[in-house]
Design a protein around this ligand. Structure first.
Ligand code: TMP
Ligand code: ASP
Length: 233
């Protein structure tokens, strides 16, 4: 059981699996915001985020979107392929919220004429700055083909998950993905959870995601449980 800890992040730990080419992702209840400046715990978040990621990644795999998921091991741990990560966060936005609201001055919830894909350079010391495609190429983080593939995969995830969630009365406002390579192939890695998405109730527009923690809106646990209740169906 004493697996080697490879990496500890803000919300997950990664351990070496028995197979050389796989790792175990363990989901913690710890929550942080604003690049770790705000810290807390969300009861059972790790269990819910583990189950949500397994559910959504299986759904994506069934629709031929390749992910790192191999199998769920227990309530907090997933066995996944060991990827060589691309150090970018790929954000897809269907409506204005969060930093896009700040950058544009548009009100949160404003619908966009077309969806927006953004890249952020994964670098805690720099606070994950927004990068354009020239920055990515100039720093050698990804070539033209990879950038195009990242964009296309992120938009496919959006096309699959937006209707899936809307059927469950959830608006997928925006979300963040991370990708890596396994045997040369680009796979969706990391997680898809209320930590990494904005999910609003389709009728009340109530926030059911980590913004409840970031903004001290209360009943954070209830929101995560509600999302799991709707998505497990
Ligand atoms: P933003 O509006 O703060 O840029 O966030 C866009 C989306 O990305 C939102 O769904 C939350 C998610 N996100 C993360 O998953 N990790 C982060 O560190 C940040 C800043 C945002
Ligand atoms: N996960 C990020 C952090 O702590 C930010 C966020 O999700 O808002 O810093």
């Amino acid at each position: 059981m004493d697996k080697k800890l490879l990496y500890e992040g803000k919300a997950k730990r990664v351990f070496q699996a028995d197979q050389e080419d796989a790792v175990i992702m363990e989901f913690k209840d710890d929550a942080t915001a604003f690049n770790g400046q705000k810290r807390g715990q969300i009861a059972d978040k790790g269990v819910i985020n583990c189950a949500l990621t397994a559910r959504l990644y299986r759904y994506l795999e069934d629709r031929r979107i390749p992910t790192h998921l191999l199998e769920a091991l227990d309530e907090r741990r997933l066995l996944v392929r060991r990827l060589t990560m691309i150090p970018l966060e790929v954000v897809v936005r269907n409506r204005v919220a969060g930093s896009l609201s700040q950058r544009t001055g548009l009100e949160e919830g404003t619908e966009l004429a077309s969806c927006v894909v953004e890249f952020y350079f994964k670098n805690d010391a720099l606070g994950d700055p927004l990068f354009n495609e020239d920055h990515i190429r100039a720093l050698g983080l990804a070539d033209d083909n990879t950038i195009a593939e990242l964009k296309a995969l992120a938009l496919r995830v959006n096309r699959v998950l937006s209707p899936f969630l809307l059927e469950r009365q959830l608006i997928l406002v925006d979300f963040k993905l991370e990708f890596g390579r396994f045997q040369g192939r680009l796979l969706l890695g990391d997680e898809i959870t209320p930590d990494t998405c904005r999910l609003w109730d389709a009728s009340s527009l109530e926030k059911l995601d980590k913004d409840r923690f970031r903004r001290d809106l209360g009943d954070v646990e209830g929101a995560y449980q509600e999302v799991w209740k709707r998505v497990q169906k």
